[in-house]
Design a binder for this molecule. Sequence first.
Ligand code: BG6
Length: 479
Amino acid sequence: MQYRELPAFPTDFFWGGSTSAYQVEGAVEEDGKGRSVIDANNEGRADRTGYTVASDHYHRYAEDIALMAEIGFRAYRFSIAWTRIIPDGDGEINPLGVAHYHAVIDELLAHGIEPIVTMYHFDLPQALAEKGGWSNRATADAFVRYAEVLYREYGDKVRWWLTINEQNMMILHGTALGVSATDSGDAKRDLYQQNHHMFLAQSRAMALCHRLLPEAKIGPAPNIAFVYPASSRPEDVVAADDWNAVRNWLYTDLAVHGRYNSLAWAYLVERGWEPTIEPGDLADLASARPDFVAFNYYATQTVAASTGTDADLAARPGDQQMVRGEVGLYRATQNPNLPTNAFGWEIDPVGFRTTFRALWDRYRLPLLVTENGLGAFDTPEEDGSIRDDYRIDYLQRHLEQMRLALADGVEVLGYCPWSAIDLISTHQGASKRYGFIYVDRGDDDVRTLARTRKKSSYWYADVIATRGRTLDAVASTDA
Ligand code: BG6
């Protein structure tokens, strides 16, 4: 649909940016922090400073928040490291870790920036992993206890909570993201059992939040990539529907409606991967009611009907945004209508609008964008400035589509792109950058860690100050 005029963004819109603890903080052995699975996985790496120092946000958070305020951020989405609060996951509370996040939150509030807290972003306590990780139902209990500590500590300051970042990516790309297979001999079934325990943890944490903090808002934060059929062949359309169910709607249906998506369940049963559900689990799942759905969007995916052979599989397995293919479910394809970035990820701003519409149609809950952005090798000019016009172009085109989604009637709470400041990529180290603020460091070279605002931060400041009116130069069409 085309519109003659587009609405301005709401006055209380959460313009902001995102980070996660292990990718930005560093200080992995300070102030009583326990080891996380990420720390354990990285212990032998040559470029270990990516994790031990990262962007040194742990020490420089005040400087970073001042820069965010300068840009005009109204919100900052960051994660709390479970291992700083409860170093072994379910034992003693660490007062220094608790104090650190009080200081961060106070600093944000002093600058008029709303804290949006992710409770768990890939960094499970290693001590829990050693007891079976998410395969062990007790990890769900430990998560709920951790959530309760957070609510009691920060509940009078933090109104916006996110449970688990990208549970779907942890299940579909587990080993890269800190979820490990156990040795039961059926790794996939195990993963879906872990998935079930995460769902339980999430639902119970949401119900508890509403009980303890009636004013607070809480929601899930999956990675949603709307799936297109490769052609109008009916079989391709069915394959796209199937993959949408298994990749996307399994996670959002469970979080919102408290029940398994029936197509995804049929897929699990067909493969013998359906989890064991204990008495009481379904009631627990059904008891949670998120106040909004947050989602991370990088691109859509495009699939065709399965050929039933290995020809379904992509040539290289790739990472979270790459279409992989699965025999008997869908064949991986590349969308010929979309460009890709330097890392092979497709770029699809219009798919952003489609994803908004699909989520809104399914749930009628307000939507919050917790990630979206362009990873690139930014190179400073001789004068030290960083002219990331390619990032401006990417973000601008996504914002235009978000505005069209608003015109379509979708309720959008805010936009927190990845990332507020440069940090360590999950797959490519420090040199793949996303931030509005440049951090002077290399993959295995810590350098000065000095901060410099990139050109994109000045562009974003204008967008925020004008509530998106600077995007008006662009025609109000969906062409
Ligand atoms: C999201 C994650 O999946 O994508 C982030 O929540 C991650 O943690 C981001 O950094 C971008 O991925 P990558 O691999 O480019 O860092």
